[in-house]
Ligand binder design. Sequence first.
Ligand code: PLP
Length: 387
Amino acid sequence: MSSSFKNIETKIIHAGEIHPLIEGAVNLPIFQSSTFESSTGTKGYHAQRYMRLSNTPNHDVLHQKLAALENAEAALVTGSGMAAISTALLAVLTAGDHLLALGGAYGGTHAFITHELPDFGVSFDFIDGNNPDSWESLLRPNTKAILVESVTNPLLDIPDLKTVVAFAQKHGLVSLIDNTFPSPINFRPAEWGFDLSLHSATKYLNGHSDIVAGAIIGRADLVKKAHLKLNHLGGSLDTHACYLLYRGLKTLSVRMQRHNENAMKVAQFLANHPAVKKVNYPGLESHPQHQRARELFDGFGGMISFEINGDTDAAAKVVSAVQLPTSAPSLGGVESLITRPATTSHSGMSPEERAAMGISDSLIRYSVGIEAAEDLIADLAQALAQI
Ligand code: PLP
């Protein structure tokens, strides 16, 4: 039924919905039931409806809706973004396999690859997403998959995604991409040939900073493998959280439109401010991959990072002087959030390690919410005036 809607705004509301409506309820009820009556002819454990098996009506509707949003064959929700990433990797890799992964990926992903995969007998190498010529030399006969991100955190770098797909197809690798930052509104990996798209649904998909959730979207055979793996690992999403994700998802297109518009305005303001040294935002022409972003994305997203003309103390002062964004990690909610990655997401690294990744201790990351851009800009102006 999902394929019958042409536009993503309509799919968000109608794809995957159960008809006829359950007891006439316009909104999908929460099936707060861990187990379901066995139906006649139910074949095997994985066919029995049970909340951990991610097959309640709340799961089914989300799966169809998310697949429709990315024009993909199938989808699966998980208990967190990390559950999506770890489950997908463990579904496509087995002992003896080798993974190519984007250097500078999200810290939790980096930690899972470096600390956990070796215990499963999986080896890895990190790649420079913007230097495809260097990838071939890292290939091994046992390389099975390549994992990248659509947009990196916190530098907003965009890897050479078209070449990633071509490289994966040429060498028979499964291609995986963390598509959390753009959301399906701005980028749909399946349309460009990626096998699996992964999300921290905690962020834009849900959009209200009130749940932790994840999603795996892509090729039906791989999503099925991930589903069986998730059944065993147990990182499924509770139906109450499914409902909150479903409710948040309904406004994804209007939220993303505002995130895109607001972030562009804030980025332009920062780029023209004398106290600001550098702004990282793919929508600015000064961004090194601006043309790539234009070609691949339908919007440039709500995330910005920037450097001020000043030291770490001055950056800390800006973060404490702003009044609208809350100083907190995470991103993608309706409310603006601000953080210094050196003190949050990348605090586990030494200043030298951060510097090698291009992340200075004075870098500020701003998750631009859906407030009025004018108010966000006035707030930033008063904070920058204090340094
Ligand atoms: N991927 C990206 C790009 C993230 O920013 C995050 C969390 O910040 C994750 C994955 C992990 O998601 P979760 O916290 O929902 O497990």
